[in-house]
Write a new protein. Structure first.
Length: 208
């Protein structure tokens, strides 16, 4: 028997098929881990950590956004307060200066004094002063009157970025032909200052 005959009689090779394993959506490793109680602990812990990371990322983002919004709101509030405080200071300074303008008058320079009063006023008070200036002028001329105002104290009563109410305590030294000696009048005046075209002007002046 030759080598050829031996090869011819040799039994054909048979392929051995492995048993089919159904694929699991979680993968064979994870499926076996679920079936094996000894391996379940670490694998499940890994999966729980992965889930926790997916949850933690959005939570962290939300917390960061909330922190930014809070910081932004706080900053805006601080800026608003700073602007209001600055307006109060400017309105108070303007009210003090205007109170001196309003209570200082010289019958020899009425055009100048009246023009200064009107220049520092607006709205209701400007209209009222314009209507009464004719009669006031006549009284001052007839009595040869002069007045000099001094602000003793002043404080802000209410404030916003465009309107400030100020309470002032004023002394006015008055002279006229009817009185031989100067007379000092004490007044408490409430003045509303409004921001108009970058200037603080008196819109209301009255005795409270």
């Amino acid at each position: 028997m030759n080598d050829t005959d031996i090869e011819t009689k040799t039994e054909p090779e048979i392929d051995v098929l492995e048993p089919a394993v159904a694929e699991s959506p979680t993968g064979p490793d994870e499926a076996s881990a679920d079936d094996d109680p000894k391996a379940a602990g670490p694998t499940r812990l890994h999966r729980l950590r992965a889930i926790a990371r997916r949850i933690a990322v959005p939570a962290t983002v939300v917390a960061a956004v909330a922190g930014l919004l809070t910081a932004g709101l706080l900053g805006w509030k601080l800026d608003e307060k700073a602007d209001t405080d600055a307006a109060a200071e400017a309105g108070l300074a303007a009210a003090r200066a205007y109170a001196v303008t309003l209570t200082s008058v010289d019958s020899n320079h009425l055009d100048r004094d009246f023009a200064a009063v009107l220049d520092g006023s607006t709205g209701e008070f400007k209209d009222m002063y314009t209507r009464s200036s004719g009669q006031l002028r006549q009284l001052l001329l007839e009595n040869k009157a002069t007045g000099t105002g001094t602000v003793l104290d002043a404080a802000v009563k209410s404030k916003s970025e465009t309107k400030v109410e100020v309470l002032l305590f004023i002394d006015q030294t008055v002279t006229n032909i009817a009185a031989a000696d100067p007379r000092v009048d004490h007044s408490r005046v409430q003045m509303t200052m409004e921001l108009v075209d970058g200037r603080w002007l008196a819109s209301r002046v009255y005795l409270p």
